[in-house]
Design a protein around this ligand. Sequence first.
Ligand SMILES: *Cc1c(COP(=O)(O)O)cnc(C)c1O
Length: 366
Amino acid sequence: MKRVYNFSPGPSMLPLPVLEKAAAEMADANGSGQSVMEMSHRSKDFKPIIERTETLLRELMKIPPNYRVLFLQGGASLQFAMIPLNLAGVEAGAPKKKITLVDTGIWAKKAADEAAKYAGVDIAASSKDKAYTYIPAPPPAAADSAYYHITWNNTIVGTKWPAIPDTGAVPLVTDLSSGILSEPIDVSRFALVYAGAQKNLGPAGTTVVIIREDLLNGAPSWVPAMLRYDIHAKEASMYNTPPCYGIYIIGLVLEWLRNQGGVEAIAAVNREKAALLYDYLETSAMFFSPVEKNSRSLMNIPFVPRESDPDKKAAIEKRFVTEAAAAGLVNLAGHRLVGGMRASIYNAMPLEGVKALLAFMEKFEG
Ligand SMILES: *Cc1c(COP(=O)(O)O)cnc(C)c1O
């Protein structure tokens, strides 16, 4: 069997033991004589699977009891609409509510653009002036803001909030797609946390929403049933057929994570992995990290050639990505809008994978 080290930003690597367990259970899960894909979502066979996934997530993230966990579809991108609809939506004809958002990159901008269809968006701060290479100081939220939105880990530019901002009584919402379970995060500081699964949780197709109960019932009457948190919560994520297989794989990933020692243990490994790359980039004559030190991501590490001539720079990038792939280190090209290179090193990327990348970079640099 051939396995590469996959540095993709998402969908991304899954732990091998998870894939092996899923393969072993493919045709007969838990003695049911069926695969999880073939089970009725309302059956006695599937119920323990979704319940176990939720229990493990609650345990690993220390989710307080007054929060609901929802397994939805539509990716993080659908949350860009669902959040304003449910938290800031108004009945037809009523004046729009206001929301506050900090613009830290492409995903934050998308969340802002979508929210602007339903609410007045106040961009409280932006790091666009320096190509999003830092997290701006968070201004206080206006007291009449329906919620305050931040993008915790910015997958494309490789930044992460250095601390959770204090927004007082204004509900704090975060896109945690590429940061979930990478390090301990105090869920109780947030009103709503959401994450597409395909970065650090499992396969694409499932979105996890963790929402404080008092925010469930804010959607105006015209919001479609499938976009309402109240309905998904009331039906325990079974208003319609949930993404059953994705929920099952997330459960296996969470079980694997618990076997690694949980979030604190994986965070220590993640810090070690990231430090190897950042330390190298500090002294490399060929590459550097464009991100300010106090804003650096643990999960997505962009690096760019120091070469300033655009043609020579592009040639280095092309040769790097091609030769790395030939060495079994794949998906290292930076985002199409940003360029350069980027190593995404989520929980499932082993320390050995980062060491292999480092050895390759040192050799490449010569
Ligand atoms: C990947 C990503 C998204 C988009 O997720 P989809 O599930 O494809 O909609 C949004 N936000 C962040 C931070 C991401 O990393």
